[in-house]
Design a protein around this ligand. Structure first.
Ligand code: 26Q
Length: 816
């Protein structure tokens, strides 16, 4: 590992650069500059350093001749870059000092940065953590994504209802960390037809697109922790081709008539705000192809520029598909190899199937992508031919393995038969990839057992597991400086790159002084959050209360409404049972609902109305507060996570592929209350049964319970459950307007309760009671919290990346 920038840092030169940008880039003066201008100028001055390092990394012949991973993802939820990059560059203190001398507070300037919210949730954030770990461990990498003009919408509440507004993350001035790479632009086609022609007696085919656009790359620097290696996150922006060719426009070749209205600027205008739900929108498929095509061409350009042969592609490049969203890259590579590079089908297929690997992030049927054959045919006629041919050859394999078994062929076919034929993207991925992985041990087992059992027989060893991880740089060192310092004082400062070392902290779990210090840090973090809530929401919180946190996208399977029922049960008991005693508790939510997901929005509304009443009801006093923080995003998570005492991970068993918020909160000393789902199972293995609160049905019990499930059985048998649910029917929370919160009630009873909320209610309430008792034992709680921090080193994304490297990608690290 090379020395960090610290040694070469020239403070005066840096200050001069900041001042130059203030004037030359942002047209202001030291006297007049706003905080925003100072932040932008500082960002540009820093980006200058990293851009040089990125170009050096790009030119490094050892890296150019080593194998790289290309991480293809429609989402990279990177969060703010400035603070994080300062930590990676080892320059935090120096820049703090340099900016102080210029009369600026670094912490204030960092608050000026808008989050680049170029993702929905877990999958996008995972891609960002993986880029961080790839760079930190110096594995050659390029991240490929989209440069959306608008990221995930901004959320606010109007009378308790979610309101969405566009997120123009770049602002008018542009984002200081990005650099345009016009020399690497690509031209991308859509629509059109397939031409058949003769070439030296052979019949050949080529796609003649009906319209074309330009893909302009923007590079963001991914700075390796304590290294000068900087890899690019390359985000493609769609532009109209310039200069606009009037001649071809007029003679009708340039755009086909029916597509003339599509403005090229539309394609990367906005991120689709659905997570774990696909809707077959044409523009979404265009985004996917635009992303895949530009990325594949860039990969081939890099490969060929160094002089490597096409046959050797799998030796130098591997392409990781982050879910099925970039699946069209597989037929696109086939098309280029066959139609443009003159390879035979078999040669091209051999290359493809040694190059692609696919990560599955979900088992939810509504999230498995299928696209109508007619849409693909219209947008990408040549790709559709190639998909047919892939399927034709694949079904021959299926017939050879299971002769005469038509049902097997139908089940496995890439094309789903029916009135509207559909292309199953996951099947195409499994057939076209050399490795397929789930994202947690339980999830990967279910992928094998329930989703792809036949593929597992047909291709033994192809289906694997890589348990997700999180970067400890952002999710401990940066967001929780108090705890980081405490840890460093005990075990030195190598833990951010070697998270397993945290285990050494467990020797202090019973140490009274360390417990007291650990809990003092936690309390300060809770106070920081309470201050945010006071300033932004005007709600007073007591930092001595239990901070009980559920932060994630709003989804029925994640069961925010189970948490809601628990709140209602506490409220009911507080106002009806004079003997009921509980430790003061603050229940904190943050979540965005997809704009078209009606019930999710109703759950947000109900939680906001319940909060309003509970927080102001004198009968409740300070025992219970409910806070729904608006506009959940990475920078908000950085404030909430260090302040959590309790981490809510309460999905129906079998539904949450992994979860990563669970890892972040455990690392920051929160105790998990959770089901046997996703990575909770592995967190429990690491921290031990005594240090986690597991409740509810497991996967097998969920399956058995579903057979004859009637939510009314639970409703009628459990008076506390009934009383809690019935609160939603009256006007307790919507004075004068009874029934306004009944959407949740209806879905849980007449709606059949598809996620078994009522079945898990009693066990969930019991687990909370156990935790409440434990919280009153201050030392006992501190011990458990410390052990959570100490024992979750496994969940560093550095370990996940090493798993990918060793079991799937087979790369070598290149230290500079
Ligand atoms: C697909 C087609 C059309 C429009 C949108 C989509 C789409 C977009 C985003 C489908 C799914 C997503 C996001 C899924 C996601 O975030 N999954 C989560 O991935 C995490 C990382 O592996 C896991 O920890 C979570 O369990 C999983 O829910």
């Amino acid at each position: 590992m090379k020395p960090t920038q610290q040694n070469q840092f020239d403070k005066t030169a840096f200050q001069t650069s900041v001042k130059k940008h203030l004037g030359a880039t942002y047209a202001t003066t030291i006297e007049k500059a706003s905080s925003r201008a100072w932040y932008l100028a500082m960002g540009r001055a820093l980006a200058e350093i990293t851009t040089f390092d990125m170009l050096e990394t790009e030119q490094d012949t050892r890296i150019r001749n080593a194998k790289s991973v290309n991480y293809l993802s429609l989402e990279f939820l990177i969060g703010r870059l400035t603070g994080n990059n300062l930590i990676s560059m080892g320059l935090y203190e120096q820049i703090n000092d340099a900016m102080n001398e210029l009369g600026q507070s670094l912490t204030d300037l960092l608050e000026e940065e808008r989050d680049p919210s170029l993702g929905n949730g877990g999958l996008g954030r995972l891609a960002a953590c993986y880029m961080d770990s790839l760079a930190a461990q110096e594995y050659p990498t390029v991240g490929y994504g989209l440069h959306y003009e608008y990221g995930l919408f901004k959320q606010s509440f109007e009378k308790g209802h979610q309101k969405e507004t566009p997120d123009a993350w770049c602002g008018v001035e542009g984002y200081p960390w990005e650099v345009a790479r016009p020399e690497l632009a690509q031209q991308i086609g859509f629509y059109g037809h397939v031409e058949v022609y003769q070439d030296e007696g052979r019949e050949r085919r080529r796609w003649v697109p009906g319209m074309s656009v330009k893909a302009m790359p923007w590079d963001l620097p991914i700075v390796g922790y304590q290294s000068e290696t900087v890899y690019p996150l390359r985000l493609w922006e769609c532009r109209a081709i310039a200069p606009f060719s009037l001649e071809s426009f007029n003679n009708g070749n340039y755009f086909e008539a029916q597509h003339a209205l599509i403005d090229a600027g539309n394609i990367t205008k906005v991120l689709y705000p659905n997570d774990n739900h696909e809707k077959g929108k044409t523009l979404r498929l265009m985004q996917q192809y635009f992303h895949s095509a530009a990325s594949v061409r860039d990969i081939l350009r890099r490969h060929e520029e160094v002089g490597h042969s096409l046959e050797s592609l799998p030796e130098y490049e591997t392409i990781q598909l982050n879910d099925t969203h970039p699946t069209i890259a597989i037929p696109e590579l086939m098309r280029i190899l066959i139609d443009e590079k003159d390879l035979e089908w078999a040669e091209a297929w051999a290359i493809c199937t040694k190059t692609f690997a696919y990560t599955n992030h979900t088992l939810l049927p509504e999230a498995l992508e299928t696209w109508s054959e007619s849409l693909i045919q219209r947008l990408f006629p040549r790709h559709m031919e190639i998909i047919y041919q892939i399927n034709h050859l694949f079904l021959q394999e299926v017939r050879a393995k299971w002769p005469g078994d038509v049902a097997k062929q139908q089940k496995l076919s890439i094309i789903q038969e029916g009135f509207h034929r559909m292309v199953r993207m996951a099947n195409l991925c499994v057939v076209g990839a050399y490795a397929v992985n789930g994202v947690a041990a339980l999830h990967s087992q279910l992928v094998k057992r329930d989703l792809f059992p036949e593929f597992n027989e047909l291709y033994p060893g192809r289906l694997q597991n890589v348990t997700n991880g999180i970067t400890p740089r952002r999710w401990l060192k940066f967001c929780n400086p108090g705890l980081s310092q405490l840890i460093t004082d005990k075990i030195g400062d190598e833990w951010p790159a070697k998270l397993d070392q945290l285990e050494a902290i467990s020797q202090y779990a019973n140490d009274a002084e360390f417990q007291q210090q650990f809990m003092a840090v936690k309390k300060a973090n809770k106070q920081r959050l309470a201050d945010w809530v006071k300033t932004n929401m005007d709600i007073e919180l007591d930092a001595n209360a239990i901070f009980d946190v559920q932060i994630k996208r709003l989804h029925e399977y994640k069961r925010q409404h189970l948490n809601m029922l628990h709140i209602l049960s506490l409220y009911h008991r507080l106002i009806t049972d004079p003997d009921f005693d509980m430790a003061p508790r603050v229940v904190i939510f943050a979540a965005k609902a997809a704009p078209g997901y009606h019930l999710a929005k109703q759950i947000i509304y109900a939680l906001n109305m319940i909060a309003e009443k509970v927080n102001n009801d004198p009968r409740v006093g300070n025992k219970l507060k409910v806070v729904f923080m608006p506009d959940y995003r990475v920078s908000l998570a950085e404030i909430i996570i260090p302040a959590a005492d309790v981490s809510e991970q309460i999905s129906t068993a079998g539904k949450e592929a992994s979860g990563t918020g669970n890892m972040k909160m455990a690392l920051n000393g929160a105790l998990t209350i959770g089901t046997m789902d996703g990575a909770n199972v592995e967190i429990r293995e690491e921290v031990g049964d005594d240090n986690i609160y597991i409740f509810g049905l497991d996967v097998d019990e969920v399956e058995q319970t579903r057979v004859a499930y009637n939510p009314y059985d639970y409703y009628n048998a459990d008076p506390l459950l009934k009383a809690s649910l019935d609160l939603l029917l009256g006007d307790e929370f919507t004075p004068g307007e009874p029934g306004k919160l009944r959407a949740t009630y209806d879905s849980l009873l007449d709606g059949g309760d598809p996620y078994l909320v009522l079945a898990d209610f009693a066990s969930y309430v019991q687990a909370h009671e156990d935790m409440d008792k434990q919280y009153r034992d201050v030392s006992g709680w501190a011990k458990k919290a410390i052990l959570n921090t100490a024992l979750v080193g496994k969940f560093s994304s550095d370990r996940s990346i090493r798993d990918y490297v060793n079991n799937i990608w087979k790369l070598e690290s290149v230290k500079r």
